[in-house]
Design a protein. Structure first.
Length: 380
């Protein structure tokens, strides 16, 4: 019975995105058998938390699941201190002074085994509708923007991207031989290995500038994008980050803070100070300000996250004003990439500027899901 409950705890933690191994479950069972005679359920909770939790960000998830599995629901039960239970005064009109009353968990004489609810059915535990692995492959437009797991998943994606790019850098400096390419290259020599091809993938040492659309139509994905960039920022040689709607703010310094929470608060404060909350995008004004604040050259790659909806865009002789400015950005930089969260089927609508930006020289990619977005960033 008890081991089944520990196994259920492991399963529930996995469903919430916490990394739990078989060894962790085995160790947790050993901890339970060792401490099940204790009278303080909090001690058991802390002990199991040290087994399962490697990231402080997952502590709240553990506490919630532990309470669900092990805590007995309170149904109006009034707990009293030892002084109250031993007191000879029974008159409710007399107010008694509580002098250093001990917590309930310290005075309980009941073992933990008897504290936990006796009824337990692992089949009736609440399960998440969508697993983390499924979230990566799900259509990005169908994800629940209020699902807290997505922000956590984006942070993990950022670390995964950083690891992939770091691995690519190590290969760049290695002398390992790429045998498949070596064999194909030497087919002209009758299969004799004359020309050796080393496993050195292409690595562009360029400056990457991220321009994130935080207008009302893109606000739902901009936070996810920022979470990913925060996690993988150190894998880039030089990186700058900006956010825009009708104005532009630089958020590069916020990325360098010690934690994601502090970074997010700093960026939110900047947006509040500039009135950039659920605003409308003005691509022309934003691109002009961006062009004036940055120094672009042939070693600069500009990555724009936007749905390309220029609500305040103006056209002269059929030419979009923001597209003209974007063409100047394309000319001054190595290349401009636009990551568009909208389906490609909506790119031909009257308010969409995708075709104009493609004609200006930008490369536009549809973001199909979070996994696809991660691969696009990894390949930069």
């Amino acid at each position: 019975m008890v081991n089944e409950r520990i196994v259920a705890l492991s399963n529930q933690l996995r469903e919430e995105g916490v990394s739990v191994s078989v060894r962790s479950t085995k160790t947790a069972c050993d901890v339970w058998n060792l401490m099940k005679g204790s009278t303080d359920i909090k001690d058991m909770q802390y002990a199991l938390k040290t087994v399962y939790i490697k990231d402080t960000h997952d502590e709240q998830k553990f506490d919630d699941i532990f309470e669900e599995l092990f805590a007995e629901p309170e149904e109006g039960v009034k707990h009293t201190t030892k002084e109250e239970s031993d007191s000879p005064f029974k008159d409710p009109a007399i107010e008694q002074e509580d002098i250093m009353g001990l917590p309930d968990s310290q005075i309980s004489e009941i073992p933990i085994e008897q504290m936990i609810p006796p009824e337990f059915d692992a089949e009736n535990l609440q399960q998440n509708k969508i697993h983390e692995k499924d979230l990566l492959k799900s259509d990005i437009n169908h994800l629940n923007t209020f699902d807290e797991r997505i922000v956590d998943l984006c942070r993990k994606l950022g670390k995964k991207i950083a690891n992939s790019r770091a691995r690519r850098k190590r290969l760049m400096k290695s002398n390992n031989i790429n045998m498949p390419r070596t064999i194909r290259t030497n087919l002209k020599n009758g299969g004799k290995l004359i020309d050796i091809v080393y496993a050195k993938p292409k690595l562009n040492k360029t400056k990457h500038i991220f321009l994130n659309d935080v207008s009302g139509s893109c606000d739902w994905i901009s936070n996810w994008f920022f979470s990913i960039i925060y996690g993988c920022q150190r894998s880039f040689d030089k990186i700058s980050c900006f956010e825009f709607d009708s104005k532009v703010i630089e958020t590069t310094d916020a990325l360098k803070t010690e934690s994601y929470e502090i970074s997010y608060e700093a960026v939110t404060l900047k947006k509040l100070q500039r009135g950039m909350i659920h605003g409308q995008s003005d691509m022309a004004a934003s691109f002009k300000e961006f062009l004036a604040r940055t120094h672009l050259n042939h070693r600069t790659t500009v990555i724009i996250l936007s749905d390309c909806r220029d609500w305040q865009g103006k056209r002269e002789d059929g030419i979009l004003e923001s597209a003209v400015i974007l063409k100047e950005i394309v000319t001054k930089s190595a290349k401009v990439l636009i990551f568009n969260p909208e389906p490609e089927s909506k790119w031909d609508t009257p308010t969409s500027c995708v075709r104009d930006y493609q004609n200006a020289g930008a490369e536009v990619y549809e973001i199909k899901n979070l996994d696809h977005l991660a691969r696009l960033i990894t390949d930069l």
